[in-house]
Design a protein around this ligand. Structure first.
Ligand code: HEC
Length: 395
């Protein structure tokens, strides 16, 4: 029912939203300036967050009660589908207002997709439709948000409503409307954040805080890229996809329904542990739903003349480290082959002439807002210096 209400508020917002990249932000500013439309927007914003939170609680309860075998298939698929679709709508809808944070988040997500072996570049191309966030990106995400998502939603909605209908009394249906009221209360109480409009420089960087709802994926990305810089995709993509497939196939595997509650409880325990670990390890690094969006200054451009002389020997040693540490799995340099998850590093020495900046990036990319590049804090001080010198030499 909350999904239905979100669809209605979404269609309403669509009448005022302008998806031309240079007008998108202004159109959302205008929506926020109108007292009625601003409430509709806040409802849409907080309701979509609520659907994720309640959806996870719903899945947890079904697991706890062992209700995921064949007999309960529609109930179960509906519950898992709600969370996955909720996430899909969150991620695609996040770009639409085109604030700095939104554009950077989309760029970072495409970069994370690019880390997948074999299909990485294709994922990035599909998501961005170019090398940076551009009109094609916004068109595609808006299309996914208002066409693809709703079709998937309709596909699961009808069988689920039928399954629920057998189970719910009239009063049960009344309770099902409570989350709508909850989202309305949130919309009245809080103001959905909107950051400043994206500038040219925000369209080709992913340096920002990841959104709160990707926290578990973000934590696993950090964990796996900490094991090996080229393995991040296992945590951010492979495991979540396998987990989703596993959950969806439970009713197919478990045909007859004796009590599977024990299995469900084991899964609840595993999920709870993973969530706790992500919150403890990375909770402070994500963007919470109520906080104002971060804003970013336009980066300073430096001219070559201010840069210091490069030490050739040190840079050569840095080049070796560059190859040994799999930098090329994410970065190309000029025409040299390399991955596409990170930017091409040609000319990076002009953009960032200071060794200190590179060392800070390599040691603690998150301190610069970059969560899509692994930390190289394991390297020694002299190795970091050499790498920085090599990067400085790329002019
Ligand atoms: C898992 C992928 C990945 C690996 C491995 C990786 N990087 Fe990155 N790197 C990124 C991403 C993504 C960014 C872009 C951050 C952003 O969105 O602005 C980046 C940014 C950078 C930048 C800043 C570029 C600029 O124009 O501001 C430098 C320099 C850099 N990386 C160097 C390295 C070096 C050196 C290594 C190896 C020691 C390395 N990277 C390994 C993904 C990676």
């Amino acid at each position: 029912m909350l999904f239905g209400a979100l669809a209605i508020s979404g269609v309403t917002l669509g009448t005022r939203y302008n998806s031309a990249i240079e007008s998108a932000h202004d159109s959302v500013v205008a929506i926020k300036a109108d007292s009625i439309f601003s409430l509709v927007r806040d409802f849409h914003y907080f309701g979509s967050g609520l659907i994720l939170v309640l959806g996870v609680i719903n899945v947890t309860l079904l697991l706890w009660r062992g209700r995921f075998s064949r007999d309960d298939r529609w109930l179960w698929w509906g519950a898992v589908g709600t969370v996955s679709l909720g996430l899909f709508f969150q991620m695609t809808g996040n770009l639409l207002p085109m604030s700095q944070h939104d554009a950077r988040t989309a760029f970072a997500e495409a970069g994370i997709g690019a880390q997948a072996p074999l299909i990485g570049s294709a994922i990035r191309d599909l998501a961005l439709g170019g090398d940076s966030v551009n009109q094609a990106t916004l068109d595609r995400w808006y299309f996914a948000h208002r066409i693809v998502g709703p079709i998937l939603l309709l596909l699961i909605a009808f069988p689920c409503i039928r399954a629920l209908h057998k189970e719910l009394t009239a009063r049960g249906w009344l309770y099902a409307a409570v989350p709508i009221v909850g989202a309305m209360v949130l919309a009245f109480m809080f103001d959905g954040p909107l950051g400043v409009s994206a500038q040219e420089s925000d369209l080709s960087t992913g340096a920002t805080r990841p959104m709160w709802y990707v926290l578990p994926m973000h934590a696993m990305l950090s964990y796996f890229s900490g094991l090996n810089p080229s393995l991040g995709w296992i945590g951010s993509m492979l495991i979540p996809k396998l987990a989703l497939l596993g959950l969806l196939s439970l009713p197919i595997i478990l045909k007859k329904s004796p009590s599977y509650a024990w299995l469900g409880r084991v899964m609840v325990f595993i999920g709870f542990t993973l969530l706790t670990l992500s919150i403890v390890g990375h909770g402070d690094k994500v963007q919470p739903p109520l906080a104002a969006e971060p804003s970013f200054e336009t980066p300073l451009t430096t001219t070559e003349s201010t840069a210091e002389e490069v030490d050739g020997n040190l840079a050569a040693a840095g080049r070796k480290l560059f190859e040994q540490n799999q930098c090329l799995s994410c970065h190309a340099v000029g025409n040299e082959a390399g991955g596409t998850a990170g930017p091409n590093l040609e000319g990076v020495g002009n953009r960032r002439p200071e060794a200190g900046w590179f060392i800070r990036l390599l040691r603690d990319p998150e301190s610069l807002g970059i969560s899509t590049m692994p930390s190289y804090s394991k390297l020694t001080e002299s190795e970091l210096r050499a790498l920085a010198e090599y990067l400085r030499s790329l002019r």
